[in-house]
Design a protein around this ligand. Structure first.
Ligand code: IPD
Ligand code: CA
Length: 258
């Protein structure tokens, strides 16, 4: 676990990435990692900054992060799990739905998480057992009772288009039953948007640990549900198909995914 003072220190460090992000965006350099998969100087600068600064405060905790190799992970360890920029495609397109996402993994669960969108200055934060907050204000999932009113966001798994033929019929079936769909381009923000009542569910296959770790503790502390598509606890150290939703729609969504 992490003390209130330590939580504040980490939140301050994450907030400091805003100036760095805006500065690095002035001279943006985009590199292609794979199909529809990019990394920029912004991602690398944020990762380097947080790696160094977290290392000074918590020298005993290693970092798992998107833009580095993450080998020899052990379930029993404690790790920071970082996506320096979740929503890199959005960042490149000036579509202001990107976030710095940082989770603290401890022996099989996420005990602390921060998701920060520097463009809207919204910081979502939660520690296990202490509630979820948006810019210091407590948040709670929506209690909308009717699935026909639900706003569901989905991820299109753009790096694995071979999955689309099986995936889109699932989305179609859900779309016909819920209110409407969203596709924001940031998995972590989607989970936080469910946490604060802007969405009612979010589904995506094959998310990497840094795409869903911080959001998990934030959503659960706001009263929401996070599972994999088999209805199990995600591992946080490997890719997972993720269902994140308000509790009253868990069954509506899970039966479409199983
Ligand atoms: C991506 C975003 C996107 C999701 C992708 C993720 P990235 O993260 O979360 O919404 O559809 O699966 O990989 O690559 O921008 O960090
Ligand atoms: Ca990323």
């Amino acid at each position: 676990m992490i003390s209130a003072e330590e939580q504040k220190k980490v939140a301050d460090l994450v907030k400091q990435t805003k100036d760095l992000i805006l500065k690095e965006m002035d001279e943006e350099e985009v590199m292609i990692k794979g199909a529809a998969n990019y990394v920029t100087n912004v991602d690398l600068a944020v990762q380097n900054f947080l790696k160094e600064e977290l290392g000074k405060v918590f020298p005993e905790i290693s970092l798992i992060a998107e833009e580095k190799e993450n080998l020899g992970l052990s379930k029993e360890e404690t790790y920071w799990i970082l996506d320096p920029i979740d929503g890199t495609t959005n960042l490149i397109r000036d579509f202001h739905m990107s976030a710095v996402a940082l989770g603290l993994y401890e022996k099989g669960e996420i005990v602390f998480g921060i998701v920060y969108n520097p463009f809207t200055d919204e910081m979502f934060q939660a520690a296990k057992g202490e509630g979820a907050y948006l810019n210091g204000r407590k948040i709670q999932v929506s209690d909308t009772p009717d699935f026909g009113d639900a706003v569901i966001s989905y991820g299109s798994t753009p790096y694995k288009k071979e999955k689309a033929r099986n995936l889109f019929p699932i989305f179609y079936s859900i779309f016909m039953k819920c209110g409407d769909f969203r596709r924001t381009g940031s998995a972590e923000l989607d989970m936080c948007y469910v946490a604060c009542g802007r969405e009612h569910g979010y589904i995506e296959r094959d998310l990497k640990p840094w795409d869903y770790s911080a959001g998990t503790v934030i959503l659960r502390e706001a009263g929401g549900v996070v599972k994999n598509w088999k209805g199990e606890e995600p591992s946080y150290l490997k890719n997972e198909d993720i269902l994140a939703c308000v509790p009253q729609f868990e069954e509506n969504l899970l039966k479409e995914l199983l």
